[in-house]
Design a protein around this ligand. Sequence first.
Ligand code: DMJ
Length: 467
Amino acid sequence: FLLNQHYNPASVSLQMMKYAWDNYKRYAWGLNELKPISKQGHSSNLFGNIQGATIVDALDTLYIMEMKEEFKEAKDWVEKNLDFNVNAEISVFEVNIRFVGGLLSAYYLSGEEVFRKKAVELGEKLLPAFNTPTGIPWALLNIKSGIGRNWPWASGGSSILAEFGTLHLEFVHLSHLSGNPVFAEKVMNIRKVLNRLDKPEGLYPNYLNPSSGQWGQHYVSIGGLGDSFYEYLLKAWLMSDKTDEEGKKMYYDAVQAIETHLIRKSSGGLTYIAEWKGGLLEHKMGHLTCFAGGMFALGADGAPNDKTGRHIELGAEIARTCHESYDRTSMKLGPEAFRFDGGVEAIATRQNEKYYILRPEVIETYMYMWRLTHDPKYRQWGWEAVEALEKHCRVDGGYSGIRDVYNNHESHDDVQQSFFLSETLKYLYLLFSEDDLLPFEHWVFNTEAHPLPVLHKDDGNKGENQK
Ligand code: DMJ
C-alpha cells in the first residue's frame, strides 16, 4: 500500500515504523515483541522476564523520526513499568545492547533524566556478571541472585567473543554518566585479558573460558559469535574522539589478519568473508557478517599504511556481495547464510539457512556506504529492500520474518523482532535522510543502532541534544 503513494523514501520508512509500532501497541503493548500473524505478544528468553524490549529498542527511532506522541507514550511506559527488580536470568549481551544502549540513546537525544537513571540502574544489575576468575563476564546472569553461567552449548564452558566484546561503548558511557569508574574498569580489563593471550595467526577465536582465561575451540567468525567485537574496537576509538590508541591498534591489526586469512574472492568476482575452523576455511558468509562492509568503510579514514582506499573498496565489495545475496533470491531478501562452494555463489544451499528474520546488516552497510561515498546505487539497493519488505514481510498485524526467501510463497515466522524497529527501519530512514542527521563526527551507533555521542576531548559536556 505504501508503495503506491508518492511519498519520498524517508517518509516511507517513517510510515513503516508507524505500522510496526501501532501494531505492537495494539497487540503486544508492554511485552517484549509482537507476533504479527497471531496478533499477540512474543517473549524471548534472552530478556528473562524483563519486559518491553520493543519499547526500549524503539525509543530513539521514534525520537529521530519525530514521532512525538509515540515517543511520549513510550517514555511514560518506561517511567511507570520498566522494572529490573525481577527474578530473571538474562543474556548480558542482549540486555546491554538493546536495553542499556536504548536507554542511553534516549537520554542523550531527549535529555530526559528517567532514561539516564534507568540505564545506570540496569548497568549496576549487570555488574555481578564480571565476578569470574579473569573478569571475562558470564553470558547469562540472574539479575536477582547475581549468579552467572555460560551457554551450555559453548565450547568448553567458554564465554562468547561477540558477547563479552560488545559491552565497551555502553559501559564507558555508564561511567561517564554516573561518575562511577567501575563500568569502564570492567571493560578495560576485558581488553587486558585479550592482549595477554596469543592469537592464532593474529585472529580472535570466538570462545574464551572465563575461569582459565584460555581460548576454547579455535573457530573464528566475523559473523555470529564474533561480529560486534570487531565493530566495538573501531567504535571505541571513534567514540573516544580518536584518543583510544589501544582500541585503534587492536582493530586495525584484527582487520589485517581478517584480510589475510578470511577474505576471499569467488571465481565470479564476489568478495566474501569466510569462517575459520581451526585453520580450515568454510566458504560461508552469514547475513550477520554483512555489517562488516559498513565497518570497513567507517574505519577507512584511520587505516594505517595507506590502506584507506583498500578499506573503502572492501566495504564496497562486501556491500555488492550482500546485495547479490538478496538479488539471487525470489523475494529479493537475503538468506541467513550463503555459500561459495559446490558450484554456487552467494546462495543458501541448506534449508535451515534460507530464512530472513528482518535483520538490518545489509541495509546498515548500504547506509554507511551511502554516507561515505554518495554513490546513488546504495539508495537504490535500499529502496529494493523496502519494496521487498512491503511485499513479503508486511502482514495484517505488523512485519514478519520469512522462512524461505527462495520460495515464491511466503511462509511467515510470525515474529516482529525488536531490532526491526531499532535498526532496520532506522538505517533505512538515515539512508534516505541528509548526512547532518546524526553526523558521524558526533555519533557512533552501538551494535543495535542506538546512537551514542562521541566523547569530545575538549567540550567536557555530556553530549545531549547534538542531533
Ligand atoms: C541485533 O541484535 C544486533 O545487530 C546484533 O549485533 C546482531 N543481531 C541482531 C540483528 O541481526
